[in-house]
Ligand binder design. Structure first.
Ligand SMILES: Nc1ncnc2c1ncn2[C@@H]1O[C@H](COP(=O)(O)OP(=O)(O)OP(=O)(O)O)[C@@H](O)[C@H]1O
Ligand SMILES: [Zn+2]
Length: 476
């Protein structure tokens, strides 16, 4: 196989991937903050981690993958300002915070399965790890932290080379972080936030620094260390985390283990999904959930394909046109698979062609997960009538293992998602199509055209010659 090369945000360079322990590759991905539904931008981050996980497994590495659930501690500003997003959502809705966390965690997991994102080995909840966070805080407090009225703060000057992941010293400078009154340095951050008098939090715990809640950055240091050890292979997250959250995690790990060689060896960050107004974000009012795409009649895997059509380090613009194009491409793939399977099996095993295509897809994915190039190989194989039939299913399995598009099992009927706005039921469509077939059989073309027009008015485009007989038209 081709050696795997991955882009490391720490060095800002592509590097050969050398696992710490090839019998157990360990990956940690920052999980969602479950105060609201995930938007499709958040989901892009998990399509990326899933692609990474799939490629590692395909290359034969047994994998331990952790995606945490942030159900406490993430403030409305990534600097230490504002309210806890979870508490704010509970206050605004008047609901129990634990019920909110459970509802959005379940919804997130549903989104992952709709997108064929394989479950990680674990989904640890931050709220299940508070004692571990307090113990971590106690271990580093004396040498690295100081108390303020509202909590325990990390002094970022106590570890060498703070902020190297963000390149903050040469870039924008650490003054980028909002100040909390009394902080020694602008970039210092909360390890523990003590509840203010009368704050009335639904989630709070006793600690040596008073009753309160852990800092968001601490959560990921504690959970990654607990499940993956002091040193592990890869840490992933969105590009926003490269600036504050991950540098702070690195600083905590350094404080804990006393050496810079701790935590993840390789940091990988996906770029944003944007729309015309900028980065898609939960906190900025309107955003698109996966369900909104399904409601418009798009199979969720068309969104996965749309993500894979861009390299994970490039910005990707969402538009209904782009999604439609991905949907059309996915449908085309499915039709080409059907066609290929209906060809007569030739007995000649053209192993050279198989091996050549296999190498192409391996080369593409090994080149920092170049999924657009891998998809070009899918195109080439599916549209090549000379591709050895005897090895077609094997090739399809490679595509599904690495890209997760379910090409071996997806049918055209699966792709037919009824838009929520549809005014006509499937049974009714079938009945009208039977009427139309009858009209055509008796050469009553006026009647058959009238039925087609009626169906078109209801958003159903009849495709003659299509064995499924009809297809939904997506209204743009
Ligand atoms: N528009 C986006 N495109 C790609 N990844 C994103 C986008 N927005 C957030 N992410 C990533 O999604 C993951 C989950 O983020 P999280 O649930 O904490 O979002 P959030 O900070 O609460 O919401 P938001 O930033 O949308 O207000 C993180 O890795 C984050 O970097
Ligand atoms: Zn994190």
């Amino acid at each position: 196989m081709t050696p795997l090369t991955l882009y490391n945000s720490l060095t800002r360079a592509a590097e050969a991937f050398v696992p710490i322990d090839p019998t157990n590759v360990r990956v940690y991905s920052c999980g969602p903050t479950v105060y609201h539904y995930a938007h499709i931008g958040n989901l892009r981050a998990y399509v990326f981690t899933d692609t990474l996980a799939r490629v590692l497994r395909w290359k034969g590495y047994p994998l331990t993958h952790v995606i945490n659930i942030t159900d406490v501690g993430h403030l409305t500003s990534d600097a230490d300002a504002g309210d806890d997003k979870m508490e704010a959502a509970a206050k605004a809705s008047g609901q129990d915070i634990w019920a909110i966390a459970k509802h959005y965690t379940d919804a997130f997991k549903d989104n992952l399965s709709a997108l064929n994102i394989a479950d990680p080995t674990r989904f640890p909840l931050a709220t299940d790890h508070v004692p571990g966070m307090i113990a971590f805080g106690e271990a580093i407090a004396a040498d690295h932290c100081y108390r303020l009225a509202d909590g325990l703060y990390f002094d970022t000057t106590t570890v060498p080379d703070y902020g190297r992941l963000a390149r903050s010293r040469d870039d924008v400078g650490e003054s980028r972080i909002d100040e909390v009154a009394g902080k020694r340095h602008p970039a210092d951050f909360a390890i523990w936030r003590t509840s203010k008098p009368g704050e009335n939090r639904q989630m709070e715990w006793d600690s040596p620094w008073g009753r309160g809640a852990p800092g968001w950055h601490l959560e990921c240091s504690v959970m990654s260390r607990q499940y993956l050890g002091d040193r592990f292979d890869i840490h992933t997250g969105g590009i926003d985390h490269r600036e504050i959250h991950h540098p702070n995690e690195i600083a905590q790990n350094q404080a804990m283990s006393g050496t810079p060689d701790t935590g993840a060896q390789l940091w990988m960050h996906n770029n944003f999904l944007v729309d015309r107004t900028g980065k898609m974000s939960k906190s900025s009012g309107e955003f698109l959930r996966l369900q909104a795409l399904i409601d418009r009649g798009f199979h969720p895997l068309s969104y996965r394909l749309m993500c894979l059509q861009a390299h994970y380090r490039s910005e990707l613009e969402f538009s209904w046109e782009n999604l439609s194009a991905a949907f059309v491409r996915l449908t085309r793939f499915v039709i080409l698979v059907e066609k290929a399977r209906s060809r007569t099996v030739d007995e000649i095993k053209d192993d050279d062609l198989f091996e050549a295509r296999l190498k192409e897809i391996d080369d593409a994915l090994s080149d920092d997960l170049n999924t657009p190039r891998a998809l070009a190989v899918v195109n080439a194989v599916l549209s090549d009538s000379k591709f050895p039939q005897a090895r077609f299913e094997e090739m399809l399995q490679v595509f599904d293992d690495t890209l997760g598009l379910s090409l071996a099992t997806l049918s055209r009927a699966d792709l037919r998602v009824t838009p929520a706005s549809s005014t006509i039921s499937e049974i009714e469509i079938e009945r009208r199509l039977d009427d139309r077939d009858q009209a055509r059989a008796t050469r009553d073309f006026a009647r058959s055209d009238a039925i087609r027009d009626e169906l078109a008015a209801a958003g159903v485009e009849v495709m003659d010659g299509d064995p499924l007989r009809w297809d939904w038209r997506i209204e743009l």
